[in-house]
Design a protein around this ligand. Structure first.
Ligand SMILES: Cc1cc2nc3c(=O)[nH]c(=O)nc-3n(C[C@H](O)[C@H](O)[C@H](O)COP(=O)(O)OP(=O)(O)OC[C@H]3O[C@@H](n4cnc5c(N)ncnc54)[C@H](O)[C@@H]3O)c2cc1C
Length: 402
C-alpha cells in the first residue's frame, strides 16, 4: 500500500512524486514512457519555473546539459516590436529551453533520488474504485502481467488526454476553444541566441536556442489553415518565415540545416477540469491546459505540482481533511492562474483586442514597462498587477505625451 500513486512522470508527475517522497511518504510514480524520451513541446521555461528547479536542486543538472542561456526577448506583433528582458525573478536572470529528453529525465531521476519508486514502461489501464472512492490502479509493463497497486490517493499527471480524468469523469468547468495548430522542428547552423516570437496576419513564428547547438523554429497558424498546410509542410513552414520575418527566412535557407522531422499538433481546447475527488487529484495538463503560445505550461506544472504536494501532505498526515485540502489546491490554482489563462486565450487568437493593441504599441517604445511585460510572462508580476488600470493609464498617457 502506497501513500500516493502518481500516473505520469513528466513536468507535473515527477515533481509531485519527488516532493511527497521528500516529505517521507511512500510514493509510486508510473509512466507508460521510458526515459529519456521526447514529447511534443517547445520546452521554453519561464524564470519562475527555473526558480522551482533551482529550489528543488535540479537546475544545475539542466544547465550541465549544455543548454544555452537566453538573456533577451523580442515579442513582435505586425510592426510593433517589444524588446528586453525581465529583471531577475527569484534570483533567476536568464531562461533556458532544454529538450524534454533532458528535462524530463532529470525530473524522473529527481523523484527516484527522493525515494519514490518510479516504474517506466507501465501503462495504467484501470482505476480501482470502491464505494465511490479511488483506492488504486491496475496496469502493466508492456507485454507483462496486469498488477494491482493501492494507495491513499491516486494523482493523475497524465497530460491532456488524461486517463485518470476520464476514469473518474472529471467535469470540465472552463472551456475556451483552441485557435491554432503548430509545426516545429530543429535547425543547426543558425546564430540565434535569444527568444523571438512574432505574430503576423493569422500566423506566428517562434525561434529560440536549445541543446546541441540547435535552434527550435515553430510556426503557428489558425486551425482553418490546417488542411492546406499539411499538403506541403516544408514550403508552408518557410513561407510563414518569409511573410513575417524575411531576414530570418533568408538565414534559415542560406545557413540553416534542418536536423529533425516536423512535429505537428492541432491544439486541444483550453480548459480547467475538476481536479480532485474522493481518493484522486489531477495536476499539470491533466487538470488545466492552455494554448502553448505564452509558454506557461511547464512552469505552471511545476508550481501547481508543488502546491498539490503541500495539500496532499496535509491530508496524508491528518493535519486537515484531505478533501478540504484538495479543494484549497484547486481554488488557489485557479486564482493564481486566472490572469495567465485569460491573457493566453486572448493572444492565441493571433489578433489583439483594441485595448491590448494600444498596450502593445505603447510597450514598443517604453523600456521600463517592456521589462514589466516580460516579468509578467516570466512570473515576476501577476497579470492583475501588470494590467492594473492606473498603471495602464500611465503607460498609455506617457506614450500619448511622448
Ligand atoms: C506544441 C506544444 C508546445 C509547447 N511549448 C511549451 C513551452 O515552450 N513552454 C512551456 O512551458 N510549455 C509548453 N507546452 C506545454 C507543456 O509541454 C505542458 O504543459 C507540459 O508538458 C505538461 O506536463 P504534464 O506532466 O502535465 O503532462 P505531459 O508532459 O503530457 O506528461 C504526461 C505523461 O503521462 C503519461 N501517461 C499518460 N497516460 C498514461 C497511462 N494511462 N499510464 C501511464 N502513463 C501515462 C505519458 O506517457 C506522459 O509521459 C507546449 C505544449 C505543446 C503541445
Amino acid at each position: 500500500m502506497y501513500d500516493a500513486i502518481v500516473v505520469g512522470a513528466r513536468c507535473a508527475g515527477s515533481p509531485v512524486g519527488m516532493l511527497l517522497a521528500r516529505q517521507g511518504h511512500r510514493v509510486l510514480v508510473v509512466d507508460r514512457a521510458t526515459f529519456p524520451s521526447d514529447t511534443i513541446s517547445t520546452h521554453y521555461i519561464q524564470q519562475r519555473g527555473l526558480a522551482r528547479l533551482r529550489d528543488w536542486g535540479l537546475l544545475d543538472q539542466v544547465i550541465a546539459t549544455g543548454v544555452p542561456p537566453i538573456g533577451h526577448m523580442t515579442v513582435s506583433y505586425h510592426d510593433i516590436v517589444i524588446s528586453g528582458f525581465a529583471e531577475p525573478i527569484n534570483g533567476i536572470d536568464v531562461t533556458y529551453a532544454p529538450r524534454r529528453t533532458e528535462l524530463d529525465t532529470i525530473l524522473v531521476e529527481g523523484a527516484r533520488a527522493a525515494g519514490a519508486e518510479v516504474r517506466e514502461n507501465y501503462t495504467v489501464r484501470e482505476l480501482i474504485i470502491e464505494d465511490g472512492v479511488v483506492v488504486g490502479i491496475r496496469g502493466a509493463v508492456a507485454g507483462g502481467e496486469v498488477t494491482e497497486e493501492r494507495a491513499r490517493i491516486v494523482i493523475g499527471a497524465d497530460g491532456t488526454n488524461s486517463f485518470v480524468a476520464d476514469a473518474v469523469g472529471a467535469e470540465t468547468y472552463t472551456k475556451v476553444g483552441a485557435e491554432c495548430f503548430v509545426y516545429y522542428t530543429y535547425y543547426s547552423g543558425l546564430s540565434h541566441t535569444e527568444f523571438h516570437s512574432r505574430i503576423g496576419a493569422g500566423q506566428q513564428i517562434g525561434i529560440w536556442p536549445t541543446n546541441d547547438d540547435r535552434t527550435l523554429v515553430a510556426v503557428m497558424r489558425k486551425l482553418d489553415a490546417y488542411p492546406d498546410f499539411r499538403g506541403d509542410v516544408e514550403n508552408n513552414f518557410l513561407s510563414i518565415a518569409r511573410d513575417i520575418v524575411p531576414e530570418f527566412a533568408e538565414e534559415l535557407v542560406s545557413k540553416g540545416k534542418r536536423e529533425d522531422r516536423f512535429y505537428p499538433m492541432r491544439y486541444p481546447d483550453n480548459y480547467r477540469r475538476q481536479s480532485f475527488g474522493e481518493g484522486w487529484a489531477l495536476v499539470g495538463d491533466a487538470a488545466y491546459h492552455k494554448d502553448p503560445l505564452t509558454g506557461l505550461g511547464i512552469s505552471d506544472a511545476f508550481d501547481y505540482a508543488a502546491l498539490l504536494a503541500e495539500r496532499v501532505h496535509e491530508g496524508l498526515t491528518g493535519e486537515r481533511p484531505m478533501t478540504e485540502a484538495l479543494a484549497d489546491y484547486q481554488r488557489e490554482r485557479d486564482e493564481k492562474s486566472q490572469s495567465g489563462f485569460e491573457f493566453t486565450c486572448s493572444i492565441s487568437t493571433l489578433e489583439l483586442t483594441p485595448q491590448l493593441l494600444a498596450v502593445f504599441r505603447a510597450l514598443g517604445s517604453n523600456e521600463e514597462y517592456a521589462k514589466d511585460f516580460f516579468a509578467m510572462i516570466g512570473g515576476g508580476m501577476t497579470g492583475e498587477e501588470f494590467f492594473a488600470p492606473e498603471r495602464i493609464a500611465k503607460l498609455l498617457g506617457a506614450t500619448a505625451s511622448a
